[in-house]
Design a protein around this ligand. Structure first.
Ligand SMILES: NC(=O)c1ccc[n+]([C@@H]2O[C@H](COP(=O)([O-])OP(=O)(O)OC[C@H]3O[C@@H](n4cnc5c(N)ncnc54)[C@H](OP(=O)(O)O)[C@@H]3O)[C@@H](O)[C@H]2O)c1
Length: 326
C-alpha cells in the first residue's frame, strides 16, 4: 500500500451520527468508504445505496472479515464501543470509536491493550478536538492570553423525551454526562490537566438515565472546572476559560459550526476569528494519515483513559453524594 493511498474504511452500524461523518469521508482523498454493516442486511443494503458505499454486510462480524477494509468507524451505542473496538483490532483493523469510549476504565484499558497487541491504532472520536478553533483556544491559553488559568466553565444540553433513543436507555449506558457532559469533561481536561477530585450531582429522570448533571472538578494548581449538561434542558453549548487577566469565551465549542473566540478583558473584548472546517473530516484525515505513518493520532490511550476515570468518578460522586478523589 502506497504512503499516499486512500485508507479504505468501513462503518459498523447505520447510526444517525454517520450522516455527519460520511460527507467528510467522501470529501477527502485520504479516505475511501467501501463498506457498511448493520444488524439487518436489508438496512445495510439500503444504506449503502443511499450513501454510495460499495459493500453492505448483514453483521458487524462479516464486515470485519472483509480483507479490503483497513479501518472502521464504530458508531454503536456506548456499551458496545469497547467490545467492538477489541473485535476490530483483533481482525486487523484500525479504529475510530465514537465518544464516550466507555465510563469503565478497565474496558478502555482492555481496548488499548488489544490495539497495542495487534499493532493497530485506536482513537476516540472527539471531533471538536480536531477543529482549528480548539487548537487556537489551547494556543491562546498556552501563550498566556488570559494569564494563569483559574477556572473552566462549560455546558452542553438539549431536550429529548423519546424513551427509545439510546441516550435515555440505561441498558446501553445513555445519560447526559455520557452523551454531552463528556465534552465538558474533555474540554476542561484539555485546558487544566487531569482532575484530582470531582463532585457530581444529577437529576435522574423517569427513563433511569441522568437527565441533568452538574459537576465540579478540582485540578492541580487549584484550577477548577464547573459544568452542566442535560437531555432535558434547552439547547445550550458554551465554554469559557477564565484566567487571572481575562477570559476566552467560545459560543460554539463542541459543534464548532460558527468558530470564533472572544478574548474578554476588563478593558474590552476582542473577537478572534477562526477559519471554518469540518471536524469530522479532520478526524478521519488524522487517523488516515496516522495509519499511513504520516502523523500521530491526535487522541490516544492517555486521553481516553483520563476521560473514563473522570466520568466514572463523577457518576460515583453523584451516586454517593460525596466528592471522589482520583
Ligand atoms: N461525535 C459526535 O458528534 C456524535 C454525535 C452523535 C452521537 N455520537 C455517538 O455516536 C454513537 C451513536 O449515536 P447515534 O445517535 O448515532 O445512535 P443511533 O442512531 O441510535 O445508532 C446506533 C446504531 O447502533 C446499532 N445498534 C447495535 N446494537 C444496538 C442496540 N442494542 N440498540 C440500538 N442500536 C444498536 C444500530 O445500527 P444497525 O441497526 O444498523 O446495526 C443503530 O443504528 C453514540 O456513542 C453517541 O455518543 C457522537
Amino acid at each position: 500500500m502506497g504512503v499516499g493511498a486512500a485508507v479504505k474504511w468501513g462503518i459498523l452500524s447505520t447510526a444517525n451520527i454517520n450522516r455527519q461523518v460520511i460527507p467528510g469521508v467522501h470529501a477527502t482523498e485520504k479516505a475511501e468508504l467501501i463498506a457498511v454493516a448493520s444488524r439487518d442486511l436489508r438496512r445495510a443494503e439500503e444504506y449503502a445505496r443511499e450513501w454510495e458505499i460499495d459493500c453492505a454486510y448483514g453483521s458487524y462480524e462479516a464486515l470485519l472479515e472483509d480483507p479490503d477494509v483497513e479501518a472502521v468507524y464504530i458508531s454503536l451505542p456506548n456499551t458496545l464501543h469497547c467490545e467492538w473496538s477489541i473485535r476490530a483490532v483483533e481482525a486487523g483493523k484500525h479504529v475510530l470509536c465514537e465518544k464516550p469510549m466507555s465510563r469503565h476504565v478497565a474496558d478502555v484499558e482492555s481496548a488499548f491493550d488489544a490495539a497495542e497487541r495487534n499493532g493497530r491504532i485506536l482513537t476516540e472520536a472527539f471531533m471538536y478536538r480536531h477543529h482549528p478553533q480548539t487548537t487556537r483556544l489551547r494556543q491562546l491559553v498556552e501563550e498566556g492570553a488570559i494569564g494563569d488559568v483559574r477556572l473552566v466553565r462549560s455546558c452542553f444540553s438539549y431536550s429529548l423525551y423519546d424513551a427509545e433513543n439510546i441516550r435515555l436507555r440505561t441498558e446501553v449506558e445513555g445519560g447526559s454526562l455520557m452523551d454531552v457532559g463528556c465534552y465538558c469533561v474533555s474540554g476542561s481536561r484539555l485546558l487544566a490537566g487531569e482532575p484530582e477530585q470531582v463532585y457530581g450531582q444529577q437529576f435522574v429522570g423517569p427513563s433511569g438515565t441522568d437527565w441533568v448533571f452538574t459537576g465540579t472538578m478540582h485540578f492541580p494548581g487549584d484550577v477548577f472546572a464547573q459544568f452542566d449538561c442535560g437531555t432535558a434542558l434547552p439547547e445550550r453549548d458554551e465554554l469559557e476559560a477564565i484566567g487571572s487577566d481575562g477570559s476566552l469565551f467560545l459560543d460554539d465549542p463542541w459543534h464548532c459550526g460558527e468558530p470564533v473566540i472572544e478574548l474578554r478583558r476588563d478593558a474590552g473584548m476582542e473577537r478572534i476569528e477562526v477559519e471554518p472546517a469540518d471536524s469530522y473530516r479532520l478526524e478521519i484525515e488524522n487517523l488516515s494519515d496516522a495509519i499511513r505513518g504520516a502523523t500521530d493520532p491526535l487522541l490516544g490511550r492517555e486521553d481516553a483513559v483520563g476521560q473514563a476515570h473522570a466520568i466514572d468518578a463523577l457518576y460515583r460522586s453523584a451516586a454517593t453524594g460525596a466528592a471522589v478523589s482520583l
